[in-house]
Design a protein around this ligand. Structure first.
Ligand code: ADP
Ligand code: MG
Length: 250
């Protein structure tokens, strides 16, 4: 579904240049759920942003379903395959656009004919129902906003969803609901996920495999069973796991 080969991403020019991602390579199979973990600033979001064309300068090779991405803007067909859900549902929805406005705009861009029917289907799919259709963001809770953002992503019928800490801006009580929704949607639609999280318990629950990032570099790729057993290869990954989950099993 996705391959990332020797990806470098940087911001600015020397001497201010920041090398946010350095020589990162990994591959995600069709239908797989792949986690990206690591401390704040380790380059996780930047990898997703490079894939979706939101990072200005990068090098390396990225393929989606075997097709290499080029620099510059992504094509419309790219967004039919790949969609992103951001961390902060307060920032990612325009305050003056209703739920109906957000979804119908996306559906029109996709060339959808039966917009009414699709909006209702999408609202049902994310557990909101039609009563939410004409609400504005300020009339929604954080969890409900994230459901709208997920509906917007699904409107394009993507095959790959890039999820950047999709629950970390939400109340703890709501996080599990959104994670369960995402898991259900992945199974129903056969989606592939790349999910960034700093919460290893979430990744262990949601992902088949994960990559550990540190200072822009990929330290190690492991499967979820390795994460749960705490038997990572590198000291760094083992310490990260111990710090995040280990108190329960230390
Ligand atoms: P993470 O998502 O793992 O917390 P990021 O990918 O957001 O980390 O950031 C990686 C590094 O790139 C950090 O050092 C961050 O400060 C830097 N960075 C991210 N975005 C920009 C930007 N637009 N301009 C300059 N530096 C940036
Ligand atoms: Mg981030």
């Amino acid at each position: 579904m996705l391959t990332v080969d020797n990806l470098d991403v940087w911001f600015g020019q020397a001497p201010q240049r920041v090398d946010a991602v350095k020589g990162v390579s990994f591959a995600v199979a069709q239908g797989e759920s792949f986690g990206l973990v690591g401390e704040s600033g380790s380059g996780k979001s930047t990898i997703l942003r490079a894939i979706t064309g939101l990072a200005p300068t990068w090098s390396g090779r990225v393929t989606i379903e075997g097709e290499a991405l080029s620099g510059g803007k992504r094509s419309r067909s790219f967004y039919k395959t790949v969609q992103m859900v951001f961390q902060d549902p307060y920032a990612s929805l325009h305050p003056r656009h209703s739920v109906d406005g957000v979804l119908s705009e996306t559906l029109h861009l996709q060339g959808e004919k039966n917009v009414d029917k699709r909006i209702n289907e999408l609202l049902e799919a994310v557990g909101l129902g039609q009563g939410f259709r004409f609400r504005y963001p300020h009339q929604l809770s954080g969890g409900q906003r994230q459901r709208v953002a997920i509906a917007r992503a699904l409107a394009a019928k993507p095959r790959l969803l890039l999820l950047d800490e999709p629950t970390s801006a939400l109340d703890v009580s709501v996080q599990a609901e959104i994670l369960n929704l995402l898991g259900d949607l992945r199974r129903e639609h056969g989606l592939t996920f790349v999910m960034v999280s700093h919460d290893l318990a979430v990744v262990s629950h949601m992902c088949d495999r994960l990559a550990v990032m540190r200072g822009g570099e990929l330290v190690e790729v492991m499967d979820a069973a390795t994460l749960r057993s705490g038997s990572a290869q590198s000291d760094y990954a083992r310490n990260l796991i111990r710090a995040s989950m280990g108190y329960a099993r230390a």
